[in-house]
Design a protein around this ligand. Structure first.
Ligand code: PEP
Ligand code: MN
Length: 285
């Protein structure tokens, strides 16, 4: 029996809804759409992304500044300079941001700039990091470990919850398997299981699951159809030139199309893609 009393359902109808900004929640009827590049590369890049995505509408902007790369020789992220870029576009476009934190030492700076902290797959079982995140008051997006079981995933969330932070969003991003055709295998069964097992919001990252841009939109729609509370998609003004994960990045135009294509799927399962609010509405809200 899974001993995760805080993460698991006590009443079958109770669901945790997490507010990320005035206009963005996750876990309720509205889907949460997160978009942006794998890595923050420059202010110009993020301005272009934000200006397209705010109108898509995408509710949350993503972009890694501390990058967990398989090779130590690969681009490691812009670090503090990247955080400043995120802060600038966050203010200018009134878009909350999510970015990854890889170590305890980074928490303070990232929490000061971001609306939600991402824990990457490679750190899902970094228990000291999870405990420290439990002591912050920021929503945490916890990605499933590369080969983590559903139980290990729920127990990782329990670490954060049991250390005092009740705002945890689970993110299915594909797991390792024998077949290298896709980068990972998107486990939509896990989405259904996690929604039944826990009261936490569950979102899906089809980009890291597929690893191929031409598969991302279909998987995103499948995620919404099976009850995911949102999706996180990588996109870039010049996808082929992305400094990381270029093969899976969508163009900004394709990202906007994808968001629109989610609407009928969302409606069919009693969910909604939030409408864009005009700048005026945003400023008086
Ligand atoms: C990412 O979201 O850019 C990322 C590194 O994802 P993951 O931890 O799922 O590999
Ligand atoms: Mn990536």
């Amino acid at each position: 029996m899974l001993n995760a009393k805080l993460a698991t359902q006590s009443h079958s109808d109770h669901r945790t809804i997490i507010r990320l900004s005035e206009n963005a929640t996750v876990g309720g009827q509205d889907l949460l759409i997160i978009g942006g590049p794998c890595s923050v590369e420059s202010l110009e890049q993020m301005e272009e992304v934000a200006s397209h995505l705010a109108a898509a509408p995408v509710q949350v902007l993503r972009g890694g500044v501390y990058k967990p790369r398989t090779s130590p020789y690969a681009f490691q992220g812009l670090g503090v300079e990247g955080l400043q870029i995120l802060e600038t576009v966050r203010q200018r476009y009134n878009l909350p941001v999510v970015t990854e934190v890889m170590s305890i030492a980074q928490i303070e700076a990232v929490a000061a700039s971001a609306d939600m902290l991402q824990i990457g797959s490679r750190n899902m079982q970094n228990y000291d990091l999870l405990k420290a995140l439990g002591q912050t008051d920021k929503p945490i997006m916890l990605k499933r470990g590369l080969s983590a079981t559903i139980e290990e995933f729920v127990l990782a969330a329990e670490y954060i919850l049991s250390h005092g932070n009740s705002q945890v969003v689970l993110c299915e991003r594909g797991i390792r398997s024998f077949d290298a055709y896709t980068r990972n295998v998107l486990d939509l069964g896990a989405v259904v299981a996690l929604k039944q097992l826990t009261h936490l919001p569950v979102i899906v990252d089809p980009s890291h699951a597929a690893g191929k841009r031409e598969m991302v939109a279909d998987l995103a729609r499948a995620a919404v159809a099976c009850g995911a509370d949102g999706v996180m998609i990588e996109c870039h003004p010049e996808p082929e030139k992305s400094v990381s994960d270029a093969r899976q990045a969508l163009s900004l135009e394709d990202m906007v199309k994808l968001v629109h294509s989610l609407k009928p799927v969302a409606a069919a399962v009693g969910r909604r893609v939030p409408e864009v609010k005009s700048r005026l509405q945003l400023s008086v809200a």
